[in-house]
Design a protein around this ligand. Structure first.
Ligand code: NAP
Length: 283
């Protein structure tokens, strides 16, 4: 079964749109997401455009603040301070990566924890690892939604995650562990990776290398979630970390790139923005 993140995201966004439509009568306004885009990196510009389009579909107010790559760290921190203090702003997202002269960790930590809709603030990360209420990072949250949407049983199963980044590999491993999977996290120094990945009943791949996972790395009947977003060196088209054509016949469930995890990431950003808005109304 090929699971479509695009279709699932579409139906979840339609439900969110119905919910948001009730907010003006209840709260006098709709949620407001502010995205800060520094520079002109084509990947970042396209992600930000996608986020703005999704916000429009759901009925969330979206503001994109664009600044040149030459902006100083102090100026960026000043913008964040103003947004933190603005009662009409519910969610703040700084599109990464930032130019090298800016300290990303310092910028993320400057965002009000309650407005951190990416779930990257150190207090949100700490809360995740301590099983406290927190804003979940969008991609790992979207992966769990995809698995649940496809009716994949997680508890008790062997899950292998390839990649240990702070934004995908580590948090998705934690979310799988919280759902009682037995989780192995692998990385570039893992010895005999194919032997480890063949054991996986659920394989999550977040590396950033086109078609890295080949059929011999996947066990019969595995559930395969491909997080990678790469340019195919041969065709120039978008492709994942998994060799889809070769792996699909062996997998019981698999996602495609594009149309798999990507749309779910954006969908979960909308969900996080609504949650941030509702928390602020309840205060
Ligand atoms: P990252 O920070 O570059 O981390 C990559 C991870 O892959 C690292 O842990 C690295 O291991 C591991 N790795 C690299 N080469 C490997 C190898 N040969 N064997 C085993 N492990 C290897 O990347 P990321 O931010 O997690 O992103 C991963 C991919 O997902 C990228 O293609 C990115 O574009 C995509 N992505 C997609 C979405 C979405 O919404 N669809 C969201 C975020 C990211 P070491 O730690 O040992 O270096």
């Amino acid at each position: 079964m090929v699971i479509s993140g695009k279709d699932l995201a579409q139906s979840l966004k339609a439900k969110m749109a119905e919910q948001v439509a009730t907010f003006p009568a209840k709260y006098g306004r709709v949620p407001h997401l502010v995205v800060i885009l520094v520079g002109e990196d084509p990947g970042s510009v396209s992600y930000v455009t996608g986020k703005a389009r999704a916000a429009e579909e759901v009925g969330i107010r979206n503001t994109t603040i664009r600044r040149s790559a030459e902006i100083g760290e102090g100026e960026l921190l000043e913008i964040i301070a103003q947004l933190n203090a603005d009662p009409d702003v519910d969610g703040i997202l700084v599109q990464l990566p930032l130019p090298r002269h800016i300290d990303e960790d310092r910028v993320i930590a400057a965002i009000d924890k309650g407005k951190d809709v990416d779930g990257f603030h150190p207090l949100n990360v700490a809360a995740l690892w301590q099983k406290q209420p927190c804003t979940l990072p969008c991609t790992p949250k979207g992966i769990i939604r995809l698995l649940e949407g496809a009716g994949v049983e997680i508890a008790g199963r062997k899950a292998v995650v390839i990649g240990r980044s702070n934004i995908v590999g580590l948090p998705v491993a934690k979310l799988l562990l919280d759902r009682n999977a037995t989780v192995t996290v692998t990385h570039s120094r893992t010895r005999d990776l194919p032997q480890v990945t063949r054991e996986a009943e659920i394989l999550v791949v977040a590396i950033g290398r086109p078609r890295f996972v080949t059929a011999d790395m996947v066990g019969e009947g595995a559930v395969v979630i491909d997080v990678g977003v790469n340019r195919d060196p041969d065709t120039g088209k978008l492709c994942g970390d998994v060799d889809f054509a070769a792996v699909e016949p062996k997998a019981s469930v698999i996602t495609k790139v594009p149309g798999g995890v990507g749309p779910m990431t954006i969908c979960c950003l909308m969900e996080n923005t609504i949650e941030a808005f509702l928390r602020r109304q309840e205060r």
